[in-house]
Design a protein around this ligand. Structure first.
Ligand code: PLP
Length: 426
């Protein structure tokens, strides 16, 4: 089927607004490891997809999915060990305070549940998020989607604070003083919730601010902000949907980057390597209080196939040393990107953690005006040359590099040399 026909059918069946990547979209038909293949057999190096975290169609995960599907797949209201084995293994990987789990089918559902728990437990309604974020697509979670609403939240019960960053800081301070200035805005938002009679429930952040563009967060910010949240009786919810499962290299979880454990951590995307598996882990007292009063049931959440897949993903991360690989290859990429920065004036900033890196492109290094159109050209040109990545940030001027974790230094060399070539022509 031609690409024109597929586009026409999409428009007719899914609506003209259904999002698509690239000026000329790619028709992908197969995936393996860190590669994707289009209908003409062209190979693409995947530098974008974190959902196939352990590699596209990893045989160990596929086999686990198949094996459990042929045996049993049923909801969690019968006794079954798989959900317990998986919950035990998952919570053991988290901070020891996060000892109980819920399972859902999407990151949105996990965040919706976390919001519901925080509001139920604290009795307050107010949630703080960042001013350039996205946490999911349900009506309640969309209230936090400031990235798609010009920095504004969708309701009075959600307030957005500027995300902490060092490249375009809110003032000309730095370090602990800058962290204090950003944290002060959290304190103000909490006060306002109380004055407005909305009450305060908690703060929900991606701990590495992935959708915001992976800013370099002033060191003491998270500890300060979370201390303020807890002093006010609120909960800290860490959205690990992008930052979890060894993505940051040094750590299994994004919240470990700032060494501040949350009260609730939500997960999704890479958890099932493409299979719809998501959920949260939380403090036992919170789960027990919530469960006592609220009947939460999720038909597909925690079913034996989901959990078998989740176990297989963890097996691969461990057996193939993918966290270490994320750390080493991630460092290698950032080193290469810094070398490119010395050559290309358009590169304003290089940053990231493990195999999650951002390259901010600017028109001018002094004014730091985002090179939005140029970033789009780079993304499209890289695609033509067989490298798939995307862009993020309020100005859409940050190249987003987040490949499957088995990404090698050879893959990194190809990425860096092709990027060098493309930037030379921009
Ligand atoms: C940080 C973050 N949280 C949550 C979500 C929502 O996850 P899902 O699409 O599985 O509902 C996303 C999706 O992009 C995300 O980036």
């Amino acid at each position: 089927m031609s690409e024109e026909t597929i586009l026409e059918r999409r428009k007719r069946l899914l609506g003209a607004g259904a999002p698509l990547f690239y000026d000329e979209p790619v028709h992908i038909v197969r995936g393996e490891g860190v590669y994707l293949y289009d209908a003409d057999g062209k190979e693409y190096l995947d530098v974008y997809n974190n959902v196939p975290n352990v590699g596209h169609c990893h045989p160990h995960v596929v086999e686990a999915l198949h094996r459990q599907s042929t045996l049993l797949n049923v909801h969690t209201r019968y006794l079954h060990e798989t959900v317990l084995d998986y919950a035990e293994r998952l919570t053991a990987l988290h901070d020891e305070t996060l000892s109980m789990a819920f399972f859902t089918c999407s990151g949105t559902e996990a965040n919706e549940l976390a919001l519901r728990m925080a509001r139920f437990i604290t009795g307050g309604q107010g949630i703080i998020c960042s001013n350039a974020t996205y946490h999911g697509n349900s009506e309640a979670v969309d209230e936090l989607a400031t990235l798609f609403h010009d920095g504004r939240t969708g309701s009075k019960r959600v307030k957005a604070v500027p995300y902490p960053e060092s490249y375009r800081p809110i003032s000309d301070t730095e370090g602990a003083a800058l962290a204090d200035e950003y944290a002060e805005l959290v304190r103000k938002a909490i006060e306002e919730f109380k004055e407005e009679g909305i009450g305060f429930a908690g703060l929900l952040f991606c701990p590495i601010f992935a959708n915001e563009g992976l800013p370099k967060v002033p060191d003491t910010y998270m500890a300060k902000a979370v201390a303020l949240v807890r002093e006010a009786g609120g909960l800290y919810i860490a959205d690990e949907v992008q930052s979890g499962f060894a993505r940051t290299g040094e750590h299994m979880w994004g919240y470990q980057v700032s060494a501040v454990a949350p009260d609730i951590a939500t997960m999704g995307k890479p958890m099932g390597n493409g299979h719809p598996l998501a959920g949260l882990v939380a403090r036992a007292d919170l789960v027990n209080d919530f469960r006592k009063e609220v009947m939460y049931f999720n038909t597909f959440g925690g079913n034996p196939v989901q959990c078998a897949v989740g176990m297989a993903v963890l097996d691969v991360i461990e057996k193939e040393n993918l966290q270490e690989n994320s750390k080493l290859v991630g460092e290698y990429i950032r080193k290469g990107l810094r070398k490119l920065k010395d050559k290309h004036e358009i590169i304003g900033d290089v940053r990231g953690h493990g195999l999650f890196n951002g390259l901010e492109l600017v028109k001018d290094r002094t004014t730091k005006e985002g090179a939005t159109a140029e970033t789009s050209r780079v993304v499209n040109e890289l695609k033509e040359r067989g490298i798939l990545l995307s862009k993020i940030g309020i100005q859409d001027n940050i190249l987003k590099m987040r490949p499957p974790l088995p990404f090698s230094t050879e893959n990194a060399d190809l990425l860096l040399s092709t990027l060098d070539d493309v930037l030379r022509g921009i």
